[in-house]
Design a protein around this ligand. Structure first.
Ligand SMILES: CC(C)(COP(=O)(O)OP(=O)(O)OC[C@H]1O[C@@H](n2cnc3c(N)ncnc32)[C@H](O)[C@@H]1OP(=O)(O)O)[C@@H](O)C(=O)NCCC(=O)NCCS
Length: 188
């Protein structure tokens, strides 16, 4: 088993691999042409585990001083053997080598515990349509670290003392949010 940077000629295969696991039916989050452009800029953030064919991949995308962990997938039969965490460790090393300060991601619910085990800190991310924002949203018992306003919605980043998967539902109700997910952050 070997963890290494994906070489250019394997990128399409690695992409097919991640789509098969992460978006088998739905539409893509990132187009392959976007992935190719990002790969050209920072190939070290595109990593695979070979055994000898691809058993797992991680794709990282530079966003200013951060790296967004965009895709992470391990072949079903190969899970629970430490491949996912090794891919994340390697991505952290490469992001640090590029001078980046943190890795962050929006997690699928099934993978939340995995990121906690990898040492990431959870942050709740709530999106609320402007018309639905409760007047007293600052007094609902959530510690708001940052808020941004977009055309359609307010976005809140909420400090989490201790991970609890039920917090998402609680925040959704209390804040009238249309979506609440856990973001995970790892300082480098
Ligand atoms: C999430 C995923 C990448 C983990 O890969 P993996 O190779 O199985 O992970 P590891 O073997 O390195 O696991 C590291 C630790 O996390 C735990 N873990 C892994 N996946 C977990 C999960 N889904 N739920 C809870 N714990 C999990 C492991 O038990 C292990 O714990 P331990 O250190 O106490 O033994 C893999 O399950 C996967 O590809 N899932 C489908 C795609 C996906 O959800 N990707 C993430 C999108 S945000």
């Amino acid at each position: 088993m070997q963890i290494k940077q994906i070489i250019s000629k394997d990128l399409a295969e690695a992409d097919k691999f991640q789509i098969g696991i992460l978006q088998p039916h739905g539409k893509r989050v990132r187009s392959f042409s976007y992935i190719k452009r990002q790969y050209k800029k920072h190939p070290s953030l595109f990593i695979a585990c070979y055994n000898p064919s691809i058993a797992g991949i991680v794709f990282g995308f530079v966003k200013r001083d951060k790296v967004l962990l965009g895709e992470l997938a391990v072949k079903k039969e190969m899970r629970g053997k430490g491949i996912g965490s090794k891919l994340v460790q390697r991505l952290a090393k490469e992001a640090k080598a590029l001078g980046k300060k943190e890795i962050c991601l929006g997690a699928q619910p099934d993978a939340e515990k995995f990121y906690l085990k990898c040492g990431f800190k959870p942050v709740l991310f709530a999106q609320i349509r402007h018309k639905d924002v409760p007047k007293d949203y600052l007094h609902k018992g959530f510690e708001i670290e940052k808020e941004t306003n977009y055309k359609d919605a307010k976005r809140l980043f909420i400090h989490v003392k201790k991970y609890d998967k039920r917090l998402k539902e609680k925040a959704k109700k209390a804040l009238n949010a249309y979506d609440v997910i856990y973001l995970f952050v790892k300082k480098l």
